[in-house]
Write a protein that binds this ligand. Sequence first.
Ligand SMILES: Cc1ncc(COP(=O)(O)O)c(C=O)c1O
Length: 355
Amino acid sequence: MTLFSFASAQGPLPREVLTQLRDEINPGAGALSLLELPFSVPAFEEMRAAAEQDLRELLALPEDYSVLFLQGGASAMFALVPMNLLRRGEAADYIETGLWSRRAARAAQPWGVVRVAASGDGRSLPPATQWRRSGDAVYCHLTTTETVEGLQYFSFPAADGVPIVADMTADFLTRPLQLAPFGLIYASAQKNLGIAGLTIVVVHRAFVERAHGIAPAPLDFARQAEARSKVNTPPVFAIAVAGKVLRWLRGNGGLAAAEERGERKAKPLYAVIDDDDFYDAPAPKRDRSRVSLRFHLPEPRLEETFLREAEAQGLVHLRGHAEIGGLRAALYNGVTQEAVEALAAFMRDFRQRRG
Ligand SMILES: Cc1ncc(COP(=O)(O)O)c(C=O)c1O
């Protein structure tokens, strides 16, 4: 039986990447394993630089943005962003749309003045036209996909003043991006570009220059930009894996193709959900996420049966977040069309038998 994972916490890796890793992790007697690579040798710098270059090409990243390979995950960034960017008494706007953006706003409170510029109801997103942004904020924080609630922004305000800082953990590199409105983008790697242990940060020069030495050196944007992410030992293996996924993305048509694949993957699942009232996706169509599909069945008991039967067919990790329950399918970059078609077929069959 083929196992298909729809886990929200960790995305699958492309098969080709896993095959390369297998050989490089265990190259046989006499050769150095990728797991043994020191960060202090030229081979690592070549790998890091290649990963950065591939990311730059994928995003068509202008020279005035730095790429940082940090640790601590998006959760650490919730505090590191204000720690690096805000000085005493300075303010930042936060768009609260769900669990992750609320956590980001809470973590920022010790470091500056947090203004909630918009609040969602957890079932839909406040459109940018309704955000009450303040002109004197240093940045406006946005979570582009709320994985728990299954909500995703598909457009962003124009670059007209206060730069956006975005937690793109769930949808980074799943679609082309106009960089101009963004002062900083961060994403934990484990969903769309590899494994846990690495946080990718894309940061504009103006924000690099704002860092003022409060954050510990390995988490200080200016020091890490200066040291090419080698202030201390970086997560070598996680960077190696990200490098391979970035190369894979480039070799498979870049971000336009990633977006097309993403649309094609979400379609059959939402089609089953929209067929009738058996499955319910609470978000309005304009806000529902292509990378984190949240849906419910008429009763929680039926959801337990769904999870059990799905697992027996190799469709695993479909349980919704503990805080709101229900079901959830994450469709990150590494999830295949085959996986999605198998899930859609199971959902149709389950409805026929239990609906
Ligand atoms: C949108 C979003 N932000 C932040 C996080 C937290 O990431 P980490 O556990 O790597 O800190 C997650 C994890 O699921 C997420 O989905």
